[in-house]
Design a protein around this ligand. Structure first.
Ligand code: SAT
Ligand code: MN
Length: 595
């Protein structure tokens, strides 16, 4: 076994050196490479990945430094069925998580990992989540035998020497051990040990399963740390909205995977919104803390975007298209004959000679998609033309509003404002969304997805909702909470709201509710704008269509509240009483009884 111990000796953390040695004893790699995050290293690893067929160079004139990765066809999305929270007790994991005892998980995955890196290289990837020097920031180290993971982590996190520097001699870092194995789905397990700040993941090379910084650390483990330490780790984008007077307000928004977080985070305001600018702080994850002013402050712990490719176009998200012009990795998209990328919804007709996501010649008439529906781009946030100057702000940005949203064909109006914090938490707790291709399984079924954290909460969901209520005591200047739905359809199955850049109109209404004087009317389920309360300048939408988008239909809501009640019953005794009570009040209000 060889290693580049020059980098190793740069760490003063004995705990890290020992953990790497222990992992190597278990997995038996031929080589150990400590990643330093340098440009020279990126070039060297990229050459190796190309030589091994892991990366395919794209047309370097059209897309400099960009590559395509084709994953194993059985490994294209997160696998929630084999994702476990291995807390000491089943109650600590709660009803919405799969649970395994820590002993069983370490033994089972340990047996699979034993000797699994023989003949392979083990990469040791130190990384920081959060701006360097930020009091929010945390160190993680991922050990992996996947060169694709190593190169992706360099884009998605602040990786390498800076992380070792931040760690110093400390033993306080997230330990992520990832073994690719032979990608047999029967040997796929993603296990989290919140009490040990540890993640073991085997048998998958796919993003959310294998880039352990992302869902595994920054959401599942971090949510558990946040509960202990008094902060939030949330599945939220963070976006800054600058008005023509030059004032910037920030909102954080939680949506399930593949519901347009990246698009909202990079939104282009409509032409009629002269002088407005939108800036991206983050597109997927927010860490939020109470500031000295009693408000909530947020950072984006990541340094890159892992966005859904299909549907991304110059029309839907020009800033994302510009973010992937160079230095980008693509996973499971289609490739053109001249070595560029293509996917459904790119708004460019499919050229002849396309290879599909598996690398086979694509037949337009086959009825099959050329790009996998969950194909992805990975790009550094510094590529984003509208990256917020505050993205590196150590203290984060102050949050004016929290938005919850799902993908709902019915029931949920375009926007709803909560009456108070507990009502807002109830909205988040009971939100539902139709499932998407981001996770393996059936697509298009409505499931309850509290705060879009159903697959990402690292502890008991009832306790998580309790933490949301508990934190209110510290937050003396709470952000206002809203619910949105861009995806409501007419009886004929057409979207009622145009979405994308036009969503700016809804965001502006929210800011005017908080900082200005926009109107709203009371409904049993919250406050809703009248069509005239929205700034509709330059938008062609019929009054009936807008009314349908904003409608609160009592019969639909009775069914909604009943379904949310069933979900609350499943959560059981850990569900906080104030949410139960608010839910009952809501049901009574819909029945026309005083709440
Ligand atoms: O694959 S990821 O989990 O990183 C993306 C997502 O599902 O949100
Ligand atoms: Mn996500």
């Amino acid at each position: 076994m060889t290693d580049n111990s020059a980098a190793e000796t740069r760490t003063r953390s004995r705990a890290l050196t020992e953990w790497v040695a222990e992992s190597a004893r278990l997995t038996q790699p031929d080589r150990i490479v400590w990643c330093d995050g340098s440009e020279a290293e990126r070039r060297r690893l990229t050459e190796e990945a190309v030589a091994a067929g892991v990366l395919i160079p794209l047309n370097q004139k059209q897309r400099p430094n960009s590559y395509l990765h084709r994953s194993n066809p059985s490994d294209v999305a997160r696998t929630e069925e084999v994702t476990f929270i291995c807390s000491r007790t089943r109650e600590d994991a709660g009803v919405t998580n799969h649970w395994m005892t820590p002993e069983e998980a370490y033994a089972k995955l340990g047996a699979l990992l034993a000797g699994s890196m023989a003949g392979r290289t083990m990469y040791v990837i130190p990384y920081v989540m959060g701006p360097i020097g930020s009091p929010f920031a945390k160190v993680g180290v991922e050990i992996t035998d996947s060169i694709y993971v190593a190169l992706s982590m360099r884009i998605m996190t602040r990786m390498g020497a800076a992380a070792l520097e931040m760690l110093g001699a400390s033993d306080d870092f997230n330990r992520g051990l990832h073994g690719t194995l032979d990608l047999d789905p029967k040997k796929r397990f993603i296990c989290h040990f919140p009490q040990d700040n540890t993640i073991w993941s085997v048998g998958s090379g796919y993003g959310g399963n294998a880039l352990l910084s992302k869902k595994c650390f920054a959401l599942r483990i971090a949510s558990a740390l946040g509960r202990r330490e008094g902060w939030f780790a949330e599945h939220m984008l963070i976006v800054g909205l600058q008005n023509p007077a030059g004032e910037t307000r920030y909102v954080a928004a939680a949506f399930p995977s593949a519901c347009g977080k990246t698009n909202l985070a990079m939104l282009m305001p409509p032409a009629a919104f002269k002088g407005w600018k939108v800036f991206t702080v983050g597109d997927d994850i927010a860490w939020l803390r109470v500031g000295r002013d009693g408000g909530l402050w947020a950072i984006n712990p990541e340094a890159g975007y892992f966005g859904v490719a299909p549907g991304t176009s110059m029309k839907s998200n020009p800033n994302a298209m510009r973010s992937i012009e160079h230095d980008a990795l693509f996973t499971n998209v289609a490739m053109t004959a001249d070595g560029d990328i293509w996917w459904e919804g790119m708004d460019v007709p499919a050229p002849d000679g396309l290879s599909d996501w598996r690398g086979r010649p694509w037949d337009k008439n086959s009825g099959e998609k050329a790009a996998h529906p969950n194909s992805r781009f990975t790009a550094p946030m510094t590529n984003n033309p509208v990256l917020s100057p505050a993205a590196e702000e150590p203290q984060g940005v102050p949050i004016s509003a929290i938005i919850f949203g799902g993908r709902r064909a019915t029931t949920m109006p375009l926007v709803l404002e909560s009456r108070d914090w507990t009502h807002g938490v109830l909205m988040g707790a009971t939100m539902g969304s139709e499932t998407t291709a981001a996770a393996a399984g059936k697509v298009g079924v409505v499931r309850r997805d509290p705060m879009a954290m159903l697959p990402f909460c690292g502890y008991n969901i009832g306790d998580y909702l309790g933490h949301w209520l508990e934190m209110r005591k510290q937050i003396t200047k709470p952000p206002r909470i809203f619910m949105v739905n861009w995806f409501r359809k007419s009886d004929a199955g057409e979207f009622l709201w145009p979405g994308y850049g036009e969503n700016m109109r809804v965001l502006k209404w929210m800011l005017d509710r908080i900082h200005g004087d926009a109107g709203a009317h009371e409904t049993p389920v919250g406050l809703v704008p009248e069509p005239g309360d929205l700034d509709l300048e330059g938008l062609e939408i019929s009054p009936e269509q807008l009314r349908s988008a904003l409608a609160v239909n009592t019969a639909e809501w009775k069914a909604e509240v009943a379904s949310a009640g069933e979900f609350f019953d499943q959560i059981g005794p850990s569900l906080p009483t104030p949410l139960r009570e608010k839910h009952r009040e809501l049901a009574a209000a819909l029945d026309g009884k005083a709440g």
